[in-house]
Design a protein around this ligand. Sequence first.
Ligand SMILES: [Zn+2]
Length: 415
Amino acid sequence: MPKIYFIDVTNRDGVQTANLGLSKLEKTMMNMYLNKMGVFQSEFGFPTTLHETYYLQANLELAKMGVLKPIRLEGWIRATTTDVETAFRLVPNIRHLNLSISTSDQMIGGKFRGTKSREDIIMMMIDAVEAAHSYGAKSIGVNAEDASRTDIDFLIKFGMAAKDHGAHRLRYCDTLGYDNPFTIYKAIRKLAETVGIPIEAHCHGDLGMAVANSLAGAKGSLDGGQDAYINTTVNGIGERAGNADLVATVLAITKSKEFAEEYQLGRPIDLTKAWRIAKFASYAFNVPIPLNQPGVGSNAFAHASGIHADGVLKDPENYELYNFAELGRGDPELVETGRQICSGEYGGISGFKHIMGKMELSFKNSDEAREILELVRYANVEAQRPLVKDELRFIARYPQIAKKLLTLKPLDNEI
Ligand SMILES: [Zn+2]
């Protein structure tokens, strides 16, 4: 029976969003949290972008060390042989790629300005898929950008060509958030049935339907006899109105009426990690969690009106669809109201030892403490805000990896 898998794209769609971004350490922490949560794959970055190089290599090293395991780390590039070559030159150990190309007449005409035909698009994609194979890619997803505005017969042809040349998945990108649950179900089901390859649903929230469309898209692939992959971002952060929110989508899949009885996840998701990952993303992106956000918003389990409060006190199931503890909520959080010692780019050894001591982290000797402090300072230069405990723990535990992540010396294209 085909199953549902999550591919989180916070470290690609999320970070390319206007006015927002993450440091390389923050991106790494996202991968760590996603891994702990049971997400199948993280689209962890841009292998052709020079300032990503050390970050991507360091994260692949973490995977090799068994730290980022079993999550699959996959890079996003354009479907061109040049991008494939550059990706493998800069990040030779990369094994999972998604190759993206526009498929709608609007974009083919509007972006390539009459220099490319539909056939050219298919040829470019085939060449890129073959190149990725020749460099040793283990899994290749092919992204049809603007799939929702693409002629379905052309999309089928495109998908067939991708499959024939060894692509493993087809990403159906509702790039502009144009679909609704009925149209995306129909399109993805047809693709799954005719192309015979797992389909990824990549949905945006321009019409407020990213989560609903993801659910319907997944159902389309499953009913078409194929595994379904859903693209999400943490807190729904992504281009314009954002992507399908990871936590809300997991809740929709596992808690909505009748869905979980019929369809199954390919890998269990540990929802108790939801609170922590949402809070971290909010802090790192510097974007507050809306109070009405499903599961993790401050009002998600708040009741004031007489009838609701009375009802929930008698039996939570009267007014709550799921329990807060399932999302990792309920522990009191300590907020310092007096003196605060935080990490900073100009921090010294005494304050640093105080912070680490409070977390019950000690060092072998003062040389080691100074080495970690230096790395923490660099992390602060990049983040421009105090580091959270999980970041400090990460740096103390994996100093060599942290050193790589924090290396941002401008590179020439020849490394
Ligand atoms: Zn997108």
